[in-house]
Design a protein around this ligand. Structure first.
Ligand SMILES: Nc1ncnc2c1ncn2[C@@H]1O[C@H](COP(=O)(O)OP(=O)(O)OP(=O)(O)O)[C@@H](O)[C@H]1O
Ligand SMILES: [Mg+2]
Length: 606
């Protein structure tokens, strides 16, 4: 544990140097100068006394004392300003490194891996002041811990002039307090699992209460008391942990007192004897006395909690940077046996899943087992299946967020793994089930990387979202002129984004529940328009709504990790299998009986 802590501290100081070599150099330089001041002061005092004794000139020693005195006043504020700046630069550097580390892997397994979640949140949130002060504040505490340590050691060095053993005895005596009183008085180890766990739960309860998203349920389900109680209990648990970690331990205090008293007693006694015997002159005696007292600074300084809590995230960032790159969920590119990526032509792509098996890295059960499915270029395929059947997973594999463990996905006959990932992704556009609602103007929501306004407006019109808002309107409340959209309106914006992708040249369109939140009339109308807009592409649609599904050229039913039925709507109805059962189940929900006892079937399925 201690070695790990030291290792983290080394990483932290390396981080400071990487973030700003000049800033870190200045910070260390002034820290050293500040730490040496008490020793210089002691030596200067000795010179004054010696000068007085020998009737020598006082000018030199007094100038030194004056300079030291002025330096003491000036160095503090300057050092703290440099420390603040350095802290900010280091935090930026760490944020930047984490940004690069998390965005570098081409796959997304690292962000969906529960084992990395705690490490990621520590590396991400370190500067928010939740578990420790922000780095720019911590730098003062860190300096405040190191300066006395330097001062104590420098004073000890002076004592070598008196006796070789004296500094060793004093440093050992005062230094032993660090070891004996560790974890007393200050809460050092905040990064334990119980602390992080209690912190995370307390924060979560707090956010449920104060943020907008949960406000409706909190009120409707009467959760306010429950949340406050959860928050209070987790905070109480945190305080208990803190109390346990930081209370003074009586026996250690007693041992520390004994060690310190013995060391000081010995040194001061020998010094007194030596002075009385005339072996040490009065000037030196004063210097040694002041120095012997100043060695005590060692006990009050040290590598304190601020350094520990600043070092932990610095080390986490480094670990993640190394780990994330090494554990990209994508397998290395394989030799292209078929079409090289350069030949990935424009237009619709043929897609073929061949015996694909896939298990999420953090799961034990496979989602897909030997799944095979072909899609002819330029056609649309709907995928249906129960919740958790693996439909979204198929879309993720097609985008190469993960690679299957066995089998292969072919694009126009070439193994997907042989294609350049970026080149391939440029050919794909999608509406994901959990599409992103960017807190940005409508224009950027449709084309985050930019597109001509006419194209954006066209895409919006084709998605039935032409009268939602001005292109410049931010789609978030809390911004000037900003507005929020309804669930279905947001879905239309996401559709417009996918359509814009088609207009910019995508050849494969993935639609994962793109119309789940649209009103019934809007849904079939938009889906028809969508099929028209994407007629030059291969379209894969995932939907639970059979009124949409039946419009696709072909339909595949996924169950138990495999495709169990494929065909057109009519073929699958005629087959009388799973598709027909699901279809009829849904159709019956739309049937009602009118006042004459006749069954009316709403027109949503025609
Ligand atoms: N990142 C993940 N890590 C581990 N397991 C996952 C992950 N994502 C999904 N799963 C699991 O994989 C299975 C398939 O999930 P998937 O999202 O593909 O289902 P789906 O068919 O899209 O369902 P739905 O109709 O509800 O959207 C589920 O059992 C799910 O719990
Ligand atoms: Mg899904």
């Amino acid at each position: 544990m201690a070695r790990m802590g030291r290792h983290q501290q080394i990483i932290f100081f390396r981080t400071l140097f990487r973030a700003s070599p000049v800033g870190a150099g200045l910070w260390w330089g002034l820290l050293l100068v500040g730490g040496l001041i008490p020793a210089v002061f002691a030596l200067a005092t000795g010179s004054v006394i010696r000068a007085v004794e020998s009737d020598g000139s006082l000018a030199g020693p007094l100038v030194v004392i004056g300079v030291v005195f002025v330096a003491m006043q000036v160095i503090g504020p300057v050092h703290s300003a440099i420390g603040q700046n350095l802290g900010r630069l280091a935090a930026d550097w760490m944020n930047d490194r984490l940004l690069r580390a998390t965005t570098a892997p081409r796959g997304i397994a690292h962000l969906e891996n529960p084992d990395l979640a705690a490490e990621l949140s520590m590396a991400r949130d370190f500067d928010l002041g939740i578990t420790a002060p922000p780095l720019f504040v911590s730098m003062s505490f860190i300096a405040g811990g190191l300066r006395p340590l330097i001062a104590g050691v420098a004073s000890a060095v002076i004592l070598f002039g008196f006796a070789w053993w004296a500094p060793l005895v004093l440093v050992a005596g005062w230094g032993s307090t660090h070891w004996l009183l560790k974890e007393s008085g200050v809460w050092k180890d905040r990064n334990t699992d119980p602390v992080r766990d209690a912190q995370r739960h307390a924060d979560y309860a707090y956010r449920l209460a104060v943020d907008a998203p949960a406000s409706k349920e909190v009120r409707l389900f009467g959760l306010a008391e429950w949340i406050v109680d959860r928050f209070a209990r987790r905070r109480q648990h945190l305080y208990d942990l803190q109390w346990e970690a930081t209370r003074l331990r009586e026996r250690s205090v007693l041992s520390s007192l004994l060690a310190v008293a013995a060391a000081n007693g010995l040194v001061f006694w020998r010094l007194a004897v030596a002075t009385a015997d005339g072996r040490v002159d009065i000037g030196d005696t004063v210097v040694y006395f002041i120095s012997a007292i100043s060695v005590s600074a060692i006990a009050f300084g040290g590598l304190n909690w601020a350094l520990d809590s600043a070092s932990a995230p610095a080390a986490a960032v480094e670990r993640l940077a190394a780990q994330l790159h090494a554990t990209d969920s994508l397998s290395p590119p394989i030799d292209s046996e078929g079409i090289p990526s350069a030949a990935l032509g424009a237009g619709a792509h043929g897609v073929h899943f061949r015996d694909v098996s896939f298990t999420y890295p953090s799961a034990s059960a496979p989602v897909l087992t030997d799944l095979s499915l072909g899609i002819t270029p330029g056609t649309s395929l709907a995928i249906v299946g129960q919740n958790g059947a693996g439909k979204t997973t198929l879309a993720k594999l097609l985008c190469r967020f993960y690679d299957p463990q066995s089998g292969r996905i072919e694009i126009d006959g070439a193994d997907l793994r042989s294609l350049d990932v970026d080149a391939w992704r440029a050919r794909v556009t999608a509406v994901f089930q959990d599409f992103v609602r960017y807190e940005l103007p409508l224009r950027d929501n449709v084309a985050p990387l930019g597109a001509p306004d006419e194209m954006i407006l066209e895409a919006l019109a084709e998605a039935g979202a032409d009268d939602l808002a001005d292109l410049d309107t931010p789609l978030a409340r809390g911004y000037e002129g900003g507005t929020d959209l309804s669930g279905g309106q947001w879905q239309r914006v996401a559709l417009a984004r996918a359509i814009c992708g088609v207009k910019q040249g995508a050849g494969l369109v993935l639609l994962d529940e793109p119309t789940a939140q649209l009103d019934v009339r809007g849904e079939s109308e938009i889906f028809r328009r969508l099929l028209a807009a994407t007629s030059d592409c291969t379209t894969i649609l995932v939907s639970h709504r059979f009124s949409t599904v039946r419009l696709a050229d072909r339909i595949a039913v996924v169950e138990g990790g495999k495709v169990i039925e494929t065909g057109t709507h009519d073929e699958l109805i005629a087959l009388g299998g799973r598709y027909r059962t699901m279809y009829e189940l849904q159709a019956s929900r739309f049937a009602e009986v009118d006042e004459h006892g006749e069954e009316i079937v709403y027109d949503t399925l025609s």
